[in-house]
Design a binder for this molecule. Structure first.
Ligand code: ADP
Ligand code: MG
Length: 360
């Protein structure tokens, strides 16, 4: 099986490639920054370093929110022919906190109350009504860099004026008091592969490790684990990190991350997260190829007029005779999966021929 990891080539990506080599015969390290995409009536064309991107059995594409559009387009063009753990839509949803919250809301996944406004005046009206403290966020920030804290109307209002002057879109959100801690869970398929509890630096409301937070391994309770897995499904990502705040009302999801850094969580939990991701990709690709084969077979069967007869299939057809040699219909070759590399035993008697693979 042949795989590609399309990424910004971080250390996490290098670790993942190394592990993927245990499950795939070839793993190409594709630099997202060297990809170009063209769209037209003939479809979507993905070029890598100027040439069409090869076909892969598995493509794991990831990058930061700045690359959400190109990642979505690549996925759109390849997700039917290659196994991709992230749906095309997930790239735009998961890299935008508002779209993520809309998806969470649709899936009835609990999250902090969140507000958006279409003008400065209506945002101020919201500020007038909601309890403090609050959190203000850039919809597309990461690593805690776009998260601001306001403990009163006065501070929120002045932050808002600055955001508005910079024409920066923002979300307003209920502040969840967790003593500066949050949970980061790595979701792989239907499971939480590992999780850590992060605690923000002294006086810090953001628990991100990049903002100086410290992590410790933790085992999620059933409810939080279920929420994390459901979050992945809600945004269309089989592999993602989910940030959860443990409130008095129960666990609340604040964010999903499609390209989580693996260094921090690996160090904290001592789990080989890249290895688990690679194993999952290997298993899912095998299943995807098998499913593809079965689909191709049933298409062949219905299109070519093959009819199931007990354990076998039958077709009533003419045979092409070329200077006394018989040429079987193409569908027979495809269906039997015979290839010219193999040897065969041909049993023959008057009125009947049976061809079987020779050897194991
Ligand atoms: N509503 C909130 N209440 C309290 N703390 C929050 C809230 N939202 C975010 N935080 C803190 O800020 C951190 C970063 O927020 P998050 O939404 O995950 O954005 P980022 O993409 O920057 O990681 C969270 O991990 C959490 O510690
Ligand atoms: Mg986060």
């Amino acid at each position: 099986m042949k795989a590609a990891l399309i990424s910004l080539r971080s250390i996490s990506s290098q670790w993942t490639i190394k592990e993927m080599k245990k499950y795939f015969s070839q793993v190409d390290d594709i630099n997202l920054k060297e990809i170009e995409v063209s769209l037209g009536t003939k479809g979507i064309n993905v070029l890598y370093k100027g040439d069409p991107l090869d076909h892969y059995d598995c493509i794991y594409a990831k990058g930061s929110f700045r690359f959400a559009d190109i990642l979505r387009t690549i996925a759109e063009s390849r997700h039917k022919e290659s196994y991709m753990p992230l749906d095309p839509d997930s790239f735009t949803i998961g890299h935008d906190k508002l779209l993520t919250h809309i998806a969470l809301n649709r899936a009835r996944i609990p999250m902090p109350d969140t507000y958006i406004a279409s003008s400065l005046a209506s945002a101020k009206e919201i500020l007038d009504k909601i309890p403090y403290p609050i959190v203000m966020k850039f919809p597309k920030g990461t690593q805690g860099k776009g998260v601001m804290f306001a403990d009163s109307f006065a501070s929120a209002s002045s932050i808002l004026d600055a955001l508005s002057a910079l024409k920066q879109p923002f979300l307003l959100q209920e502040y969840i008091d967790t003593g500066g801690t949050d949970i980061r869970a790595i979701v792989i398929g239907d499971k939480v592969a590992t999780a850590m509890r992060r605690t923000g630096a002294q006086g810090e409301t953001r628990a991100n490790l990049h903002a100086g937070g410290k992590g410790e391994p933790t085992v999620l309770d059933y409810r939080s684990a279920k929420l994390a897995v459901e979050t992945g499904k809600a945004i269309g990502a089989e592999i993602c990190a989910v940030d959860i705040l443990e409130s008095v009302k129960g666990p609340l999801v604040v964010e999903a991350n499609l390209s989580p850094g693996l260094q921090g969580i690996t160090m904290v939990t001592k789990e080989n997260v890249a290895g688990k991701i690679a194993k999952y990709l290997g298993e899912r690709t095998t299943a995807f190829l098998e499913q593809g084969k079965q689909k191709k077979m049933s298409k062949l069967v219905s299109e070519a007029g093959l009819v199931k007869q007990g354990e076998e299939h039958q077709i009533i057809t003419n045979i092409d005779f070329r200077s006394s040699r018989m040429v079987l219909p193409k569908v027979i070759t495809e269906f039997s999966e015979f290839s010219e590399m193999e040897e065969f035993i041909i049993h023959v008697k008057k009125g009947k021929i049976l061809i079987e693979k020779y050897g194991p």
